[in-house]
Design a binder for this molecule. Structure first.
Ligand code: SAH
Length: 266
């Protein structure tokens, strides 16, 4: 039997129509979709009727499916000759472990393609009225994770505190207070504008704007939680003039009408 193929696709930050045309095309012809928790169900509803849908995302308080098992699911279906879509939030190569999955496929001689997506680190901020760069405020941006896997060196907050560019932290909510405190300790001015954006680009998007010194307390007060972006830098000020309300558009309805799954999605 011919080996199948895997498309690692970025679903974008949340709003369904932010997926690429190419990504949607392959969802609509997939035999198997393996998706994460953050992926919009509207996108999964675009799958053809015969498609197997496998959720490998961790729910809160449940154990995540180990990465090795996810890799094996991809390999197993590929060896069975299937067309597999591996659908990830944002961009598949930005902290999504897409690199590790692609490595496994390469090692196993399984054909794959990457279809990039809009990362929440950039597109999510845009939806909050924050441009990552701006000639007057930031000439660079730095995207880091607040959560490092065991055995990795901790993030170099001393070095990051010295940078003038926009600092964007993903997966940092459980350590927010500590991160802000470290940045201040290493010299970042406490009055630096800072914000947290939860569910960016989704109808339930919420944001708290503060300073580096007050962000953690404000976020606790407003009860924001993961998934959220932490953004630190002068571009945060621009939200006052650049915040907007998105008018979401629905995806083409043909596949939706044929798909029994849509009933659960509305
Ligand atoms: N590949 C993804 C990131 C995966 S890591 C991307 O490119 O966007 C998961 C983290 O991304 C979350 O913990 C959160 O910090 C951030 N994130 C992803 N989608 C988000 C959203 N819609 N709103 C806020 N944060 C989001």
């Amino acid at each position: 039997m011919n080996k199948g193929k895997v498309w690692l696709i970025g679903a974008g930050p949340g709003e369904a129509a932010l997926i690429t045309v190419k990504g949607l095309h392959y969802i609509q012809s997939a035999d198997v979709i393996v998706h994460d928790r953050l992926v919009n169900p509207e996108l999964i509803a675009q799958a053809p009727e015969h498609c197997d849908i496998i959720n490998v995302g961790k729910e809160r308080n449940h154990h995540p499916i180990p990465q090795e098992e996810i890799n094996q699911i991809l390999v197993k279906h590929a060896l069975a000759g299937k067309q597999i879509v591996r659908l990830k939030g944002g961009d598949p190569y930005v902290f999504g472990r897409g690199g590790e999955e692609a490595e496994t496929l390469a090692q196993q001689g399984i054909e794959f393609e990457i279809i990039p997506g809009i990362s929440s680190a950039i597109g999510g901020l845009a939806y909050a009225g924050i441009p990552v760069t701006h000639r007057d405020y930031a000439s660079s941006f730095h995207v880091v994770t607040g959560h490092l896997s065991q055995g990795n060196e901790p993030q170099n907050w001393r070095a990051l505190a010295q940078l003038d560019g926009t600092l964007i932290i993903l997966m940092g909510m459980s350590r927010l207070a500590e991160i802000c405190q470290q940045l201040i300790q290493f010299g970042k001015p406490p009055a630096t504008p800072a914000a947290v954006i939860m569910y960016a680009s989704q109808p339930r998007q919420e944001m708290t704007i503060a300073t580096l010194a007050t962000l953690a307390a404000e976020v606790e007060h407003h009860q924001l939680h993961a998934p959220a972006l932490i953004v630190i830098g002068n571009v945060v000020r621009l939200t006052e003039i650049l915040a907007f309300t998105s008018t979401p558009i629905t995806l083409s309805s043909t596949a939706v009408m044929m798909n029994p799954l849509t009933r659960q999605v509305t």
